[in-house]
Write a protein that binds this ligand. Structure first.
Ligand SMILES: NC(=O)c1ccc[n+]([C@@H]2O[C@H](COP(=O)([O-])OP(=O)(O)OC[C@H]3O[C@@H](n4cnc5c(N)ncnc54)[C@H](O)[C@@H]3O)[C@@H](O)[C@H]2O)c1
Length: 328
């Protein structure tokens, strides 16, 4: 298969995941790594057979067909727009940006753009299987959802100020999952939140523990449980309840071995972090971006999904501030 050159913008935690996958993707050649941390850019570029570059150098290269935006969240829109303006296909990590007004103002520029947004959970094989069952009517008419999304530990403190806070950074995955599974846009949001895990997060003006309830016009309900601390791994579960049954996707364990003794049952822990739990999802997401890059597919998740999830995240923040439900 022909390989199309791509550039990676941002070589931090997520850049490492996507850079490695891009370097191994048969339809892509990772040509440039862009990061203001010159030592990190050089090290990663050497690791993947690429070269460090500035954003301007990478975008000016006509051989570069695609850009992977993995920079800090407050840079996403600027980097994605620069790449769209340069005619590149863009994969952009979530959220699309922190500022809904700026994102909406950029709508004309995204019209027709090849833009894939990094809501990786839509590409997870377990969650896809659950959605296929729900869509096939296996549990009858979907009535409610429970989403559990618990981080094993808080991100590094340096990440918090540019992250947008718990709802725009973390809950946003669940807000997108809810939209994807419910089949109706939520019209009402109620959220409560606390800072229980790390006082430093509170000092930075953020929260680390939240419960969110969404309601759709048809009355479907979704409850989202979030925390930045679990103590037992990266807890990622979905329960979908319908008129004829329920479908659930549980945690993925290191292996399936169980030891049953007089003391009880012992098994392998669940996957410890996002890198290991969603390894397959990140690969499938990059495979999808390769299809978009080669003109074989239209983006399965893009600008409109980014806006809709951000609207819900802002409603969560507003609900926490006011203590009341927000009607959309
Ligand atoms: N989909 C997921 O599961 C998932 C998981 C974690 C993070 N993320 C998202 O990925 C993005 C990056 O998060 P992270 O955890 O990798 O953060 P990080 O802080 O580890 O990495 C961000 C990188 O961007 C670089 N950067 C900052 N400004 C830049 C610029 N102007 N040009 C180029 N690079 C720049 C930083 O130097 C750093 O290397 C965030 O938006 C986050 O929301 C997604």
């Amino acid at each position: 298969m022909e390989r199309i050159d791509v550039a990676l913008i941002g070589a931090g935690r997520m850049g490492q995941v996507h850079g490695g996958n891009a370097a191994a993707q048969p339809g892509m050649r990772l040509k440039y790594v862009v990061d203001p941390r010159a030592d990190v850019a050089a090290e990663r570029a050497a690791q993947w057979g690429a070269q460090p570059a500035t954003l301007e150098q990478a975008l000016a290269d006509p051989a570069v067909g695609g850009v992977l935006v993995c920079s800090s969240t407050d840079q996403h829109l600027a980097h994605a727009l620069a790449a769209v303006r340069a005619g590149k296909a863009v994969f952009c990590e979530k959220p699309i940006d922190l500022d809904l007004g700026k994102v909406r103002a950029a709508q004309p520029e995204f019209a027709g753009a090849r833009f894939v947004l990094g809501f990786n959970r839509r590409f997870d094989p377990h969650f896809r299987a659950l959605k296929a069952r729900v869509d096939a009517g296996d549990i009858g008419r979907l009535e409610s959802l429970q989403l559990v999304n618990h981080d094993p530990a808080a991100p590094p403190p340096g990440f918090i100020p540019t992250s947008g806070g718990l709802f725009k950074d973390f809950t946003i995955h669940d807000l997108d999952l809810a939209r994807w599974l419910l089949g109706e846009e939520p019209c009402e949001v109620f959220a409560m939140a606390s800072c229980l895990v790390d006082p430093e997060i509170g000092r930075l003006g953020d929260v680390d523990t939240a419960r969110t309830v969404l309601k759709t016009p048809g009355g479907r309900l979704c409850v989202i449980s979030n925390t930045r601390r679990s103590g037992y791994g990266y807890d990622q579960r979905i329960e979908a309840f319908g008129s004829a049954g329920m479908a659930c996707a549980g945690n993925v364990h290191g292996d399936t071995t169980l030891a049953l003794t007089g003391h009880g049952i012992a098994g392998a822990p669940i996957r410890p972090d996002f890198q290991t739990r969603y390894r397959d999802a990140y690969r499938a997401q990059l495979d999808h971006f390769a299809d978009v890059l080669h003109g074989r597919a239209a983006p399965a998740v893009g600008y409109a999904d980014g806006v809709a999830a951000l609207v819900l995240a802002e409603a969560c923040q507003q609900s926490v501030r006011s203590g009341a439900p927000v009607h959309l």
